[in-house]
Design a protein around this ligand. Structure first.
Ligand SMILES: [Zn+2]
Ligand SMILES: [Zn+2]
Length: 416
């Protein structure tokens, strides 16, 4: 990945408290896996507890922290907000307020030094490197926080975040494991390891979903759609669409896009409208326009490349802009090319089409209508120059792609 100096933020001081906690959790997980081997010591109950704790955290982050509080892509009643705030605590990713402000910075200044997870600083930085350095966000003051401060659930969760998150994320799984005499397993698998799973899945959105995958809706930022990652992130890795339309409650708008978070919000909205009164969906016309814009850009780039290659292989060796020829010069060019052309080489065939000389010599053998018709209209040194435009556009009703192909083979503008 190319680094632009302006896109890289200066390194902050080492963040000891964050680093100690982050590394400590990993060491505990490692120790726990060694002591409680998943092959011999892990019961199905404890394994289920781990998966449940991980998935509750996932949807707390995706439905709550991300699509509700960061983007307001749907509205939620007080009871649902309380449940989501609790589930979000299981993510061990800071309070709603802390998380949302950084996420809004990420969207507003994506891929710049003001982006906390700036993908242009490399995979390690965007995944977890940012955790180890004290940040400096001069543009944070520009991020809107009024809605967060107005929400009592956000305020309370922020105030009591540490006891809440330790209690729900580590204490509760330990107690639940105790129900089947496996408190240690509950702590390690339902607590520590489930926390690492949600950490690295969420971090992967900032790293891998800005690195690997398709860009079907926008090429303005590094965000990508990554189906494999979507499976373990509740659908969040449909990230290219999300950066193009962050206000949409869906991250994957197509029917078959893997996005359980959207299915959950949709179901809640339709079955319990009192919990989710409103959802926001981008109009289909805007989505299609975005896709068309991306495709148009790609077509332009492919066209430029093809033109460069075609000009190299053109019988006239054309380079740069198109020359202007009179019909007389056109006939002279054809005569001299034919005189220079050897017997074994393809015949020189130039058409006068839509006011341009079009070199179809190399293309003739691929022409779906055959070579004969091209030869019939080809400019010849002996007779008057025939204009192939009427035959091309009207009599033979060529489609858009055929017309584009011919435009790509132009070698000169013909003027009289
Ligand atoms: Zn992103
Ligand atoms: Zn977002």
């Amino acid at each position: 990945m190319v680094l632009s100096p302006a896109a890289t933020a200066p390194k902050g001081d080492f963040w000891y408290s964050n680093a100690t906690f982050f590394i400590g959790m990993h060491l505990l997980a490692f120790y726990g896996v060694v002591v409680l081997s998943p092959w011999s010591q892990l019961s199905w109950s404890t394994f289920s507890l781990c998966l449940t704790s991980w998935q509750l955290a996932t949807f707390g982050i995706t439905v709550g922290y991300h699509r509700l509080w960061s983007h307001r892509s749907f509205s939620a009643s007080l009871p649902l907000r309380i449940v989501l705030a609790g589930m979000g605590c299981l993510g061990f990713q800071g309070s709603i307020k802390w998380w949302v402000l950084r996420h809004r910075l990420h969207h507003r200044y994506t891929d710049t030094s003001s982006d906390p997870y700036n993908a242009k600083q490399g995979l390690y930085h965007s995944h977890m490197g940012w955790i180890f350095r004290k940040p400096n966000y001069p543009r944070m003051a520009l991020v809107d926080r009024k809605d967060l401060e107005a929400d009592p659930v956000v305020r309370l969760q922020h105030r009591y975040y540490i006891p809440l998150t330790l209690g729900l994320g580590l204490g509760a799984p330990t107690l639940i494991g105790g129900l089947w005499d496996d408190s240690l397993g509950g702590f390690i698998w339902g607590g520590i390891i489930a926390r690492l799973l949600i950490w690295h899945c969420t971090f992967a959105i900032n790293s891998f979903a800005h690195f690997l995958g398709e860009q079907a809706y926008s090429e303005d930022v590094t965000a990508r759609g990554n189906m494999l990652l979507a499976v373990v992130t509740g659908g969040e890795a449909n990230h290219n669409y999300h950066h193009a339309f962050p206000k949409d409650y869906r991250n994957g708008p197509r029917l078959l896009d893997w996005d359980p978070t959207k299915w959950l919000i949709y179901t809640l909205h339709h079955l319990t409208p009192s919990l989710v009164p409103k959802i926001h969906q981008t109009p289909e016309s805007e989505i299609l326009k975005a896709r068309a814009h991306v495709l148009e850009g790609r077509a332009d780039r492919a066209r430029s490349k093809e033109e460069a290659e075609e000009s190299e292989s053109s019988a006239l060796g054309r380079k740069g802009g198109l020359p202007r020829w009179t019909k007389k010069q056109l006939v002279q060019q054809v005569s001299s090319l034919r005189a220079d052309s050897s017997e074994e080489k393809q015949p020189i065939l130039l058409l006068l089409l839509e006011g341009f000389a079009v070199d179809v010599s190399a293309y003739a053998s691929e022409h779906p209508g055959g070579v004969a018709i091209l030869q019939e209209f080809a400019v010849s040194s002996e007779e008057e120059v025939k204009d192939a435009t009427e035959s091309f556009l009207e009599l033979n009703d060529h489609g858009w792609s055929a017309r584009e192909k011919m435009r790509g083979l132009r070698v000169a503008r013909v003027v009289d």
